[in-house]
Design a protein around this ligand. Structure first.
Ligand code: NAD
Ligand code: DAU
Length: 365
């Protein structure tokens, strides 16, 4: 008889944490559709960023179970391990927004560090095949105009968010070295796609443009991000589960560097075409504000993903503009979703970051 960690991928029992968020919900749908024998338990606390509506399509799927709970709750996780014989844990659960981490870091420490530690502790008690830690390129810190980050680059996180993610990565490493927990770390660049919470650049700009509100650009708008389509990331994580080497780190980059202002201009162009709105009027909403991140605002990210390409055969798709257009169309069609997920808490948060106390540097002209 096969041991649990020798099962074929089609027979896996997965514990996905944070599956009601942006990437996690895309991943669950991707996996259930792609692998007909995979079963998934989604453990999610349902913070402001977690929405079960993101998973409507699969809620009645017999291979999918939702459990509301916190990844810092060892008793609950232990009970789930006993009941469901997980082969693989994929830890997406996190506090994820840099700006919020600068307002208050304690939830980040609690979930991102203590939560990861708790999952690893549970894994120590059970026979797990793989523990996939979902990490980020932000652990490497900031780049100037040249160069990129490889898996060997030093960790130099600059915000409380990225510091907690880097800490979690190091704890994972120590549980691999110290207790032989079969960890793999996946570090991706900025994801875009459907169901991203509208506190992040792309959905926030779409929401504000539709509402005729200011499009707040931090600083000069020249910071650069390496954009990765969320479904490309899901495909990469699926491959890492099946083919990744235990104890290793894999960068998952979009190979698609864009300045923030380029992305915002593109969004304005697409909305103007799709909604028949005046392009210049939309662009006049662009407002350069004093950077709320200050020195913690990383200038540029760029990932070298040659390791995952060479070892596992993954590459991102290349058509950023058509993927982003498709994404914008999704938000335009799902404007009610945007409204539902941005309730009272969102308005309070918005006021703190973008309210009158934040200095406007100049408008779009
Ligand atoms: P998200 O903010 O959209 O979702 C996070 C999810 O985690 C939510 O459903 C939330 O309810 C849940 N959660 C938070 N605290 C929890 C807790 N204590 N217990 C259980 N569930 C909890 O996040 P996302 O953008 O989908 O990111 C997912 C993961 O990917 C994170 O680990 C993030 O650091 C990483 N990541 C994200 C990006 C990106 O561009 N979005 C890029 C690289 C890495
Ligand atoms: O790089 C991976 C990371 O990408 C993930 O680890 C994080 O969880 C995820 O939130 C994302 O972090 P960023 O800080 O890069 O993403 P965000 O969408 O918040 O911001 C992207 C850029 O846009 C950044 O340079 C700040 C800028 N920005 C953002 C907002 C929300 C603005 O200029 N105006 C805004 O209103």
């Amino acid at each position: 008889m096969k041991k649990r960690n020798e099962r074929t991928p089609e027979q896996l029992s997965l514990l996905v944490t944070g599956g009601a968020g942006f990437i996690g919900s895309n991943f669950i749908k991707y996996m259930l559709e792609k692998h007909t024998k995979v079963s998934i338990t989604n453990l999610d606390k349902l913070t402001y960023a977690g929405n079960l509506e993101n998973l409507k399509e699969v809620e009645n799927n017999p291979r999918y179970t939702f459990v509301r709970g916190d990844i810092t709750n060892l008793k609950l996780i232990d009970r789930l391990f006993r009941r469901r014989n997980f082969n693989v844990v994929i830890n997406f659960a996190a506090e994820t927004h840099v700006d919020r981490s600068l307002l208050k870091s304690s939830p980040f420490i609690q979930t991102n560090i203590i939560g990861t530690l708790t999952l690893l502790e549970a894994a120590r008690q059970h026979n797990l095949g793989r523990f996939i830690q979902i990490s980020t390129d932000e652990v490497y810190g900031s780049l100037n105009k040249e160069g990129n980050f490889s898996e060997k680059s030093p960790l130099k996180p600059n915000s409380p968010y990225s510091a907690t993610k880097a800490s979690a990565d190091l704890i994972c490493r120590s549980y691999w070295k110290g207790y032989n927990i079969p960890i793999i770390i996946a570090r991706s660049s900025n994801n875009y796609g459907p169901y991203q919470f509208p506190e992040k650049l792309i959905p926030l700009m779409i929401k504000n443009a539709l509402e005729g509100k200011e499009l707040p650009v931090y600083g000069d708008g020249l910071n650069i991000r390496d954009w990765l389509y969320v479904k490309d990331n899901c495909r990469a994580i699926d491959l890492v589960i099946r083919k990744g080497r235990i104890g290793e780190i894999y960068n998952i980059g979009g190979n698609c560097e864009k300045s923030n202002i380029e992305v915002i201009n593109f969004i304005c162009n697409v909305i103007s075409e799709e909604k028949n709105r005046d392009k210049e009027e939309l662009k006049s909403l662009i407002t350069f504000i004093k950077d709320p991140r200050g020195k913690a605002h990383d200038f540029r990210y760029a990932l070298n993903s040659s390791k995952i390409k060479e070892e596992i055969g993954w590459e991102p798709t290349t058509d950023f503009e058509s993927r982003l257009r498709e994404t914008i169309r999704w938000y335009l069609k799902n404007i009610e979703w945007i409204k539902r997920v941005t309730t009272g808490e969102y308005r309070e948060y918005y006021e703190k970051i973008y309210g009158k106390n934040h200095q406007k540097i100049r408008d779009s002209k």
